[in-house]
Every structure is written in structure tokens, then in C-alpha cells.
Design a protein around this ligand. Structure first.
Ligand code: PLP
Length: 379
């Protein structure tokens, strides 16, 4: 099997599996809110996990909240900030190339009467600085929502330029950053990145599904999304799960080590595939300076879904548009927003890698593409 669909989800690592077994033992399974000594043991374990997670992300323990997924983190951050800070302004800036987890929250806010100002993006999907400055200068911008690495193209946000511009023109604007596709693939240090809130997802870094993280910088106040027993300082009620938080931490530890080596290895795979695919008439839709972990490519003569199923015959797994929109059979809104024509976008396939992919897999992929062209292309 060749799995080139790591932006959709990753496979669970051996270390995470072992950690899950350890964390399901009776001795650590009491309710972390219980008053007896087993409860104390569980809460100590949980807080230890939180502290280590915070350290690895460059945050303080009190700034880290465990959630069920990055979508929950995005909902909590975006809706919660606007709900709590009504006097901060009525506008939110963002782009139309965000993940649906952000876009749907913005749509919700717009129905409540907030003004959503979408910035223009360039050919690589990055917001233009002119558009950013123009919208900030109009005033009233409470929140800015961006994604560090685009899940469909690998396009990297010029975060330093963006934060600089926001701090200069509209210093009170709070920045929410989706770091889901960046974590473990490039350095992400929350103490220096300039974000006030950020989201992460466990299943994109070889943990199980069902665990995410929300970072809220000290001093930033939001209304909680999930109300209940007041766990996690009232920010995210619901019995804490040392099991899921521990799985996230174990995965985070693994992906935080060896980022440069994994980056180089993935760059080699990406460059090889780009060269070979272009030689076969394919069009590369990911920008040249994209993160090498994502390669969006439009195949001549094959619609996205046809290519996906042809590759599947050979036990090779890729995506069409992002997994959440794939079933709706839509052409990627991200590619259209980048100015790519509908026909090219309709043939787009996303290859997404993890540090475990190899050059041998890349070579086999190319030889299978050749076979598919020979066998299935209607001339
Ligand atoms: N943001 C980005 C950029 C993503 O790629 C994804 C998942 O596809 C999400 C958010 C949502 O993550 P989760 O599946 O943890 O809700």
C-alpha cells in the first residue's frame, strides 16, 4: 500500500498505540475530578501531560486546552472570542481559502450580523498585503483568522508579515491561527509566532482521532463553547481524558523530533514527483514554495475522482479535494479562489505525505501513473 493521503489523516504510530494501552490501565482511569486518591493521580497525570504539551508548543500550561478536534478548537476560538468581546469591533478578516472549520464559523458570525471581510489572495492562495492593509485601515477589526499551511495546496502563510502589519495598523485585533497542517512539519513556536489563539489536531500527527488542542494566550478572554462541569478552568467542560491528551502528547513528542531531516526527505520525494509528473503533462497546482508535504496536481485527461479510483486499484491512496468536501463532489473552492480554471481544478488530486513515505513509493507511484495512462486514457 502507498498512502499519500496524510493531510486527510495519518496512521497511528506504534508509540501512540503503546501509550494508549498504558493509559487505559485501571490505576490511571479514575475521573480526574474525583476527590479520592485515584482521582488525584488522574488529575496529576493530566496536568503533567498539559505541561509537557505546552512546553513543546512554546506555550504556558494554562494556555493549553484539550478538545476533541481542531474543528472544535476553531469553533471555540472564533465564536467564543466574538461572543465575549462585543466591543472589540464588528468585523473579522480572513480569506476564502480557509478550511471549512473556519469558514463555517465565519458564515455563522455573518448571520449574527458581523461583517466578514475576505482578503484577496494571490496565485498561491496567500492573502495579499495590500488587501490586508486596506481592510485593517477601515477599522473595527476584532479578529483575524488565518491558516499557517493550507491543507489542499501546502501554501505557507507569510505569518511574520501578516502579524507585523496587524500589530502596526490594528494592534487590538486578535489573531486566530489554524496550525493543523503545519505541526510536526515545520517549527511552530507559540511564544514567537504572533498568534493569540491557535488550533491543532491529533489525528494529523499520528495520534488517534478525537483529540485536538486549543491555545489561548494569557489575557485573551473568550466565552467557552462547551458548558458543563467547569473542567479545564471552565473553558472546556467535560471529563478530562488523560488517555486522549496523552496520545496527543506522545504523537507531538515524536513529530517534534527530527523536523529538518523529515523535511529534507519529503522535499526529495516532492521534487521528484513534480519533475516526473510535469514530464507526463500534468500541471502542478501547489505553489513552488509550498510546504513539501502537500502536492496538488492536475492530471491531463482524468477527472479527480477517476484518477483517485484508478490509483486505488493499485492500493495507492490520495485525495480529491479535502476529505470533508470530497463526498459533495465539488470542485475545490481553494483552487478556484487561487484563479485556477474550473477544468484544471476538476482534474486536481492532492498527494500528501508523512515523514514515513519513501522515494521507493514515489517511484512506484510514477510507474503506476504510466500504467493508468496506458490502460485507461480514452484517446
Ligand atoms: N484545519 C485544517 C487546515 C485541516 O486540514 C483540518 C482537517 O482536515 C481541520 C482544520 C479540522 O481538523 P479536525 O479533523 O481535527 O477537526
Amino acid at each position: 500500500m502507498i498512502y499519500f493521503d496524510n493531510s486527510a489523516t495519518t496512521f497511528v504510530s506504534e508509540k501512540v498505540r503503546a501509550k494508549l494501552m498504558e493509559l487505559t490501565e485501571d490505576s490511571v482511569s479514575a475521573n480526574p475530578g474525583a476527590l479520592h486518591k485515584l482521582g488525584n493521580k488522574a488529575i496529576d497525570l493530566y496536568e503533567g501531560i498539559r505541561k509537557e504539551t505546552a512546553e513543546l508548543l512554546g506555550a504556558k500550561p494554562g494556555e493549553i486546552f484539550f478538545t476533541s478536534c481542531a474543528t472544535e478548537s476553531a469553533n471555540t476560538a472564533i465564536k467564543g472570542y466574538m461572543s465575549r468581546n462585543k466591543r472589540a469591533g464588528n468585523a473579522v478578516i480572513s480569506t476564502r481559502t480557509e478550511h471549512k472549520a473556519t469558514l463555517e464559523c465565519l458564515e455563522y458570525l455573518s448571520k449574527l450580523g458581523y461583517e466578514i471581510r475576505y482578503l484577496k489572495v494571490d496565485k498561491s492562495g496567500k492573502p495579499t498585503m495590500e488587501s490586508l492593509e486596506e481592510e485593517l485601515t477601515k477599522g473595527g477589526v476584532a479578529l483575524a483568522c488565518f491558516t499557517l499551511v493550507n491543507n489542499e495546496t501546502g501554501s505557507i502563510l507569510p505569518i511574520d508579515d501578516i502579524t507585523k502589519s496587524i500589530k502596526k495598523i490594528s494592534p487590538s485585533t486578535v489573531i486566530y491561527l489554524d496550525c493543523v497542517q503545519a505541526l510536526g512539519k515545520m517549527p511552530v513556536n507559540l511564544s514567537t509566532i504572533g498568534a493569540d489563539m491557535a488550533s491543532f489536531s491529533g489525528h494529523k500527527i499520528h495520534s488517534v482521532k478525537g483529540n485536538g488542542v486549543l491555545f489561548i494566550k494569557n489575557g485573551v478572554k473568550i466565552d467557552p463553547f462547551i458548558l458543563g462541569g467547569g473542567q479545564q478552568e471552565g473553558m472546556r467542560s467535560g471529563t478530562q481524558s488523560p488517555l486522549l491528551a496523552g496520545a496527543f502528547l506522545e504523537a507531538l513528542k515524536e513529530v517534534s523530533a527530527g523536523i529538518p531531516e523529515a523535511y529534507d526527505k519529503t522535499t526529495e520525494i516532492n521534487s521528484y514527483l513534480r519533475k516526473e509528473l510535469v514530464a507526463r503533462g500534468a500541471q502542478i497546482l501547489s505553489p513552488d514554495d509550498a510546504l513539501p508535504y502537500v502536492l496538488n496536481v492536475s492530471f491531463k485527461g482524468f477527472e479527480s475522482e477517476t484518477m483517485l479510483h484508478c490509483l486505488e486499484i493499485y492500493d495507492i491512496y490520495v485525495s480529491t479535494v479535502s476529505a470533508c468536501s470530497a463526498k459533495a463532489k465539488k470542485v475545490s473552492y481553494v483552487l478556484l479562489e487561487m484563479g485556477i480554471d474550473r477544468k484544471t481544478a476538476a482534474n486536481a488530486v492532492r498527494l500528501s505525505f508523512s515523514r514515513h513515505n519513501t522515494m521507493d513509493e514515489a517511484k512506484e507511484f510514477i510507474s503506476r501513473v504510466d500504467e493508468i495512462y496506458e490502460q485507461f486514457l480514452i484517446k
